[in-house]
Design a protein around this ligand. Structure first.
Ligand SMILES: O=C[C@H](O)COP(=O)(O)O
Length: 244
């Protein structure tokens, strides 16, 4: 299984900036055996990435409609993402859960829709600070995971992102990441049996070049979902190299 370095640009970069970023990456990128790089970009930039990313670098969306098509103004369908060549789509990011009030049931419906259209969903789970301070992060996250995966097949990626570590500079320790990733793996085994060992579990939250190797070196952590450090090509190259 390849380590997945998944870059989440969030609401950053115009299509023109995406093109420049992809060109800069193409000039300097050297693939690392055992590492897969993929960019989760705003929908408007996906066609630009399709045309300009180096060979072997994948891309995906940051959200998808739970509906197949129809009168849902402003939404992007899984078929649209697939048609421009997306491989992945991030679903249930904490920012979607917080600012768009997405429920676990919607996350599960979106993940099913993504899979039905040949996309691999990256399903995000993770606790807020008050939950961690109360010591309830494991039961909270596992309950969120189970509900978010209801009816979802095993072609997926799970991203554990403790909300208190996102964009704050506070990184969970590698041990914190491993402890939760191992719990998630156990739950995936209950849900999917042996197939669970093929499901990548990522960590996300203030990952950068100088901490990615230790985090991704944990036995149950199979990659990272990176926000802030995904925006500048030198940081991305630094993270890629750190996984060499
Ligand atoms: O999707 C990425 C995560 O929200 C982490 O963001 P961050 O690396 O800026 O903390």
């Amino acid at each position: 299984m390849k380590t997945l370095l998944a870059l989440n640009w969030k609401m950053n970069k115009t299509p023109s900036e995406a093109r420049s970023w992809a060109h800069e990456l193409s000039e300097k990128y050297e693939p690392v055996p055992g590492v897969e790089l993929a960019v989760m970009a705003p929908a408007l930039s996906l066609s630009v990435l399709a045309a300009n990313l180096p060979a072997g670098v994948g891309f995906g969306g940051q959200d998808v409609s739970e509906h197949e098509s129809g009168a849902y103004t402003g939404e992007i369908s899984a078929a649209m993402l697939a048609d421009v060549g997306a491989r992945y789509v991030v679903i249930g990011h904490s920012e979607r859960r917080e600012y768009h009030l997405e429920t676990d049931a919607q996350v599960a419906a979106k993940a099913q829709r993504a899979q039905a259209n040949g996309l691999t969903p990256i399903v995000c789970v993770g606790e807020k600070l008050d939950v961690r301070e109360a010591g309830k992060q494991v039961p909270f996250t596992l309950a969120q995971l189970r509900a978010s995966l209801a009816g979802v097949g095993e072609d997926l990626v799970v991203a554990y992102e403790p909300v208190w570590a996102i964009g704050t500079g506070k990184t969970a320790t590698a041990q914190d990441a491993e402890e939760m990733a191992a719990e998630i793996r156990e739950t995936l085994r209950e849900l999917y049996g042996e197939g669970a060992s093929e499901i990548r579990v990522l960590y996300g939250g203030s990952v950068k070049p100088d901490n990615i190797a230790e985090i991704c070196g944990q036995p149950n952590v199979n990659g990272a979902l990176v926000g802030g450090a995904s925006l500048k090509v030198p940081d991305v190259l630094g993270m890629n190299d750190a996984l060499r």
